[in-house]
Ligand binder design. Structure first.
Ligand code: NAP
Length: 303
C-alpha cells in the first residue's frame, strides 16, 4: 500500500513525486507512454524560470532522474481501471493492481488529431505529431505544419533548420502562440505562411506525397510535401477516472488551484485539470501543490 499513487509521469506527476518523497511519503508513478510526458516533444524550452534554454528531452530526463533518485517507484504501465476501496484506491495496470491511500491524477493531455482520412495509416510514413522526435527524417524535404499555437510555431522554427521549405498552415490570420515565436518565423526565408487555410486531405497510399489545403473561401490547393506535422493542441483522456473525480464537459478533471477534486483523497495536477494556463511552469507548480495537498490530507487523516 503506497501513501500516494500518481497517474502520469510528465512534469506534473514527476514534480508531485519528488515533493511527496521529500515529505517522506511512499510514491508510485504509473506512466503509460514514456516518462517526461508532453515536454519531450518540445525541441527547445526557453520559458522555464532559471533555465534560459534546454531541450524538452533533456528537461524530462533530468526531472525523471531527480524523482527516481529521491526514491519514487515507477512503472511503465497504462492505468486501465481505477476504483475506490475502504482504505484508499486501487489502480489496475498491465494486469496488476496497485494500492494507495491518496491519488494524484496527472494524466496530461494527448495530441489532437485532424481527423482526416488516412491520418492514422500515414503516422510514421509522413504524418507526425512531434517535430523534435521525427524532424530529422525529413532533412532537406518540404514539409507542412498544421496549427497556430506555440507547438506549431516552435515546430515550424525547428523544422526550418533541417527541411527544405516549411509551410505553416493555420486556420485563422492571427496566431495563438507567443509573439516572439511569430516574429522569429517571419524572419525565416524558407517558411511560407498559409493563413486562413486548413489541411483538408492527405495524399499517398504508403507514404505522404502531398496535402490538400482549403482556404476560408473554399478555394483548394495542393502542397507537394512529404511530411505533415500536426500541432493543433491537446485533449485530455480521463475517462478511466470519471467515477472517481468529476470531469468538465471537455473531459478535464474539475479541480481548483489547490488541486483538490470533489473526491476526498483525489487530487489533479497539470494539463489534465481545469485551468487557464497550460504550461511547463504551471504543470510543475501543480505537481508541488498536489503533493502538498495529498500529504496534508494523509496527515489530517492520521495515515
Ligand atoms: P494550442 O495553444 O491549443 O493551439 C492549438 C492550435 O491549433 C490553435 O492555433 C488552433 O487554432 C489550432 N487548431 C485546433 N484544432 C484545430 C483543427 N481541428 N484544425 C486546424 N487547427 C486547429 O496548443 P499547443 O500549441 O499545443 O500549446 C498548448 C499549450 O502548451 C499552450 O499553452 C502553449 O503555450 C504551451 N506550449 C508551451 C511551449 C513552451 O513553453 N516552450 C511549447 C509548446 C506549447 P485557433 O487558434 O484558431 O483556435
Amino acid at each position: 500500500m503506497y501513501d500516494i499513487l500518481i497517474v502520469g509521469g510528465g512534469t506534473a506527476g514527476l514534480t508531485a513525486a519528488l515533493y511527496a518523497r521529500r515529505a517522506g511519503r511512499s510514491v508510485l508513478v504509473l506512466e503509460g507512454g514514456g516518462f517526461g510526458g508532453q515536454i519531450t516533444a518540445s525541441p527547445l524550452v526557453e520559458n522555464y524560470p532559471g533555465i534560459p534554454s534546454i531541450s524538452g528531452m533533456a528537461f524530462a530526463d533530468a526531472l525523471t532522474g531527480q524523482a527516481l533518485d529521491l526514491g519514487a517507484d515507477a512503472e511503465l504501465e497504462r492505468v486501465a481501471a481505477a476504483r475506490r476501496t475502504g482504505d484508499g484506491f486501487v489502480l489496475t495496470a498491465g494486469g496488476r493492481s496497485f494500492s494507495g491511500r491518496a491519488l494524484v491524477l496527472a494524466t496530461g493531455a494527448k495530441h489532437r488529431k485532424l481527423g482526416l482520412s488516412g491520418e492514422e495509416r500515414l503516422v510514421g510514413n509522413g504524418v507526425s505529431y512531434c517535430a523534435a522526435c521525427d524532424g530529422a527524417f525529413f532533412a532537406g524535404e518540404d514539409v507542412a505544419v498544421a496549427g497556430g499555437g506555440d507547438s506549431a510555431l516552435q515546430a515550424a522554427l525547428f523544422l526550418s533548420k533541417r527541411c527544405g521549405r516549411v509551410y505553416l498552415v493555420h486556420r485563422r490570420e492571427e496566431f495563438r502562440g507567443e509573439p516572439c515565436h511569430v516574429a522569429a518565423l517571419k524572419k525565416r526565408e524558407n517558411i511560407t505562411l498559409c493563413l486562413s487555410r486548413q489541411v483538408t486531405a492527405l495524399e499517398g497510399a504508403d507514404s505522404l506525397t502531398g496535402v490538400e489545403l482549403t482556404a476560408a473561401g473554399g478555394v483548394r490547393e495542393r502542397l507537394p510535401v512529404t511530411g505533415l506535422f500536426v500541432a493543433v493542441g491537446q485533449e485530455p483522456d480521463n475517462r478511466v477516472f470519471a467515477e472517481l473525480a468529476e470531469l468538465d464537459a471537455a473531459g478535464y478533471v474539475r479541480a481548483g488551484e489547490d488541486c483538490r477534486t470533489s473526491t476526498p483523497g483525489v487530487f489533479a495536477a497539470g494539463d489534465c485539470r481545469t485551468k487557464e494556463l497550460r504550461q511547463l511552469t504551471t504543470a510543475a507548480a501543480d505537481g508541488a501543490q498536489a503533493a502538498a495537498a495529498a500529504c496534508g490530507w494523509l496527515d489530517q487523516a492520521g495515515l
